[in-house]
Design a protein around this ligand. Structure first.
Ligand code: NAD
Length: 364
């Protein structure tokens, strides 16, 4: 009998009413009955309690052989915890992005880390395009004005533009970054750029007419920058005060990848000063590596000098109901393969036994 620990979030009333909210404690990724019928134990109740030594996460990780968690409410598996987790063999990320696990420690302790690659990349790419449009077109303050009962078109139009003719650059052109580029083609931008140590295949770059830049400072030409790379040692704090100085004045920045890729205070200061016209994305983790973000997180409320430019939302871009069906199914098949000793789909393996299998978590 294998002991499986799942850290998911409390879905509350919504999860009771909507069974397709699979990533919740209430609906247990749809795997609870199946797992019990296979003779395995899903520890205690699946839990959302994950912070501090008395949390279910830290108590049960000591015995668990498999950990399942989602990037939306991640159990942060530090090196210290890995050292206590003597039985742990497999971490499954129900979704995409495994930075909540100390991957180097997982390599050292021969713990495999798998994610459901591709499961929510369309969901995120759509959110990125939506966020770019809502910033460039100054949508949020326009809607807030309507709710307030006001009507002053010039206050909105003074900072509203078309996306057509702008330069857009993505940091990271993997599954999500490339899908963003594909979706931007019909907008007739002036140019699409990408920055990634892994060049796109020539035919793929040609299909979207994207030009690779080798120095991020070239992003000075970008009107819009979108962040679509994983969080790892090479990307933590990548968009910082120094880099932001090299952005075009008044650029829009969209980060749906991981909060900690952008320096929290530097981004807030750049938005406040007008160096950035807008910042949008999910509040995902942050420099203190916690999610949910604290109530006083500066990204919740910071605005540009004209009172707009904030498109932040909680971390939901990759957890639409469509995405949840895909990542819940994917997590179940990873678990099933593990339990039946069947081979895993290679594209899902981030860390194999004792080594990185994915090339996306930094150049080594
Ligand atoms: P992917 O592995 O297909 O692509 C990642 C790309 O980033 C790769 O091409 C890689 O070479 C590139 N990269 C890595 N380090 C880089 C660096 N220093 N500079 C530039 N490029 C770099 O992954 P994906 O499916 O496109 O997902 C990317 C990330 O998006 C995930 O790791 C995750 O953190 C985030 N994500 C967020 C959500 C959400 O709900 N907001 C959902 C899914 C994924």
């Amino acid at each position: 009998m294998k002991v499986v620990l799942a850290i998911l979030y409390e879905g509350g009333q919504a999860a009771k009413e909507e069974p397709r909210l699979l990533g919740t404690v209430e609906n247990k990724l749809g795997i609870a009955e199946w797992l019990t019928s296979q003779g395995h134990e899903l520890i205690g109740k699946v839990s959302s309690s994950k912070e501090g030594p008395d949390s279910d996460f830290q108590k049960h990780i000591v015995d668990a052989e498999v950990l399942i968690t989602t990037p939306f409410h991640p159990g942060y598996l530090t090196r210290d915890l890995i050292e206590k987790a003597k039985n742990l063999k497999l971490c499954i990320t129900a979704g995409v992005g495994s930075d909540h696990i100390d991957l180097n420690a997982a390599v050292d302790h021969r713990i495999q880390v798998l994610e459901v690659s591709g499961s929510n990349v369309v969901s995120v790419a759509e959110h990125v395009v939506m966020s770019i449009l809502l910033l460039v077109r100054n949508f949020v303050p326009a809607h807030e004005m309507i709710e307030r009962g006001d009507w002053q078109v010039s206050d909105i139009a003074r900072n509203a533009f078309d996306l057509e003719g702008k330069v857009v650059g993505t940091i990271g052109a993997g599954r999500i970054g490339y899908r963003v580029l594909q979706r931007l083609v019909p907008f007739d931008t002036k140019e699409l750029l990408y920055y990634d140590y892994a060049p796109l295949p020539a035919a793929a770059a040609e299909a979207v007419k994207a030009r690779r830049v080798e120095d991020l400072k070239a992003y000075l030409q970008c009107d819009v920058v979108t962040v679509n790379c994983p969080l790892h040692e090479g990307t933590r704090g990548l968009v910082n005060e120094e880099l932001l100085k090299h952005f075009k004045k008044g650029a829009w920045l969209v980060n749906t990848a991981r909060g900690a890729i952008c320096d929290k205070d530097a981004v807030a200061a750049a938005l406040k000063s007008g160096q950035l016209s807008g910042y949008s994305g999910n509040i995902i983790g942050d420099v203190w590596n916690v999610q949910p973000a604290p109530k006083d997180h500066v990204w919740r409320t910071v605005k540009n000098p004209l009172g707009g430019g904030n498109g932040m939302v909680p971390h939901y871009s990759g957890t639409t109901l469509d995405a949840q069906a895909r990542y819940a199914n994917g997590a179940k098949s990873i678990l099933e393969n593990y339990l039946l000793n069947k081979p895993q789909d290679p594209q899902n393996i981030i860390v194999g036994i004792g080594k990185y299998e994915s090339k996306a978590y930094g150049q080594r």
